[in-house]
Design a protein around this ligand. Structure first.
Ligand code: FES
Length: 120
């Protein structure tokens, strides 16, 4: 029996986000946030690890290249999910690798190679 493929790219829809857009998606049982800033599309968990609010209801902070949670205004860096708020009262968000393929957004639900695994 073959081992399951661990790192599968998943098509999560058209790469038609407008500049500054936050888009919340359901991908299987996971809530995923897509964001577009300076032409780059990134993905992370949409459910904030602080208290579960949806980051897709928040806003972008261009200076930190981060998304800000609407509930308690913690900011998470796009691309890495790193919590860039001080004091750091919650963890980093899980970020996902993204690639654009033939006008579609493809993501991988394992940890982004760009992201910092928790505790590292
Ligand atoms: S739920 Fe996101 S900052 Fe509190």
């Amino acid at each position: 029996m073959q081992a399951p493929v661990m790192q599968e790219w998943i098509d999560v829809g058209p790469a038609d986000l407008t500049e500054g857009e936050l888009r919340g998606l359901e991908v299987g049982e996971r809530l995923v946030l897509l964001a577009r800033l300076n032409g780059r599309i990134t993905a992370m968990d949409d459910s904030c690890n602080h208290a579960g609010c949806l980051l897709s209801g928040g806003w972008l902070q261009e200076k930190k290249s981060a998304v800000v949670c609407p509930c308690h205004e913690y900011a998470f860096e796009l691309g890495t999910g790193r919590n860039v708020t001080f004091p750091r009262l919650c963890d980093d968000q899980r970020a996902f690798a993204v690639r654009i393929d033939a006008g579609r957004v493809m993501i991988r639900l394992d940890e982004s190679s760009e992201g910092s695994p928790h505790g590292a």
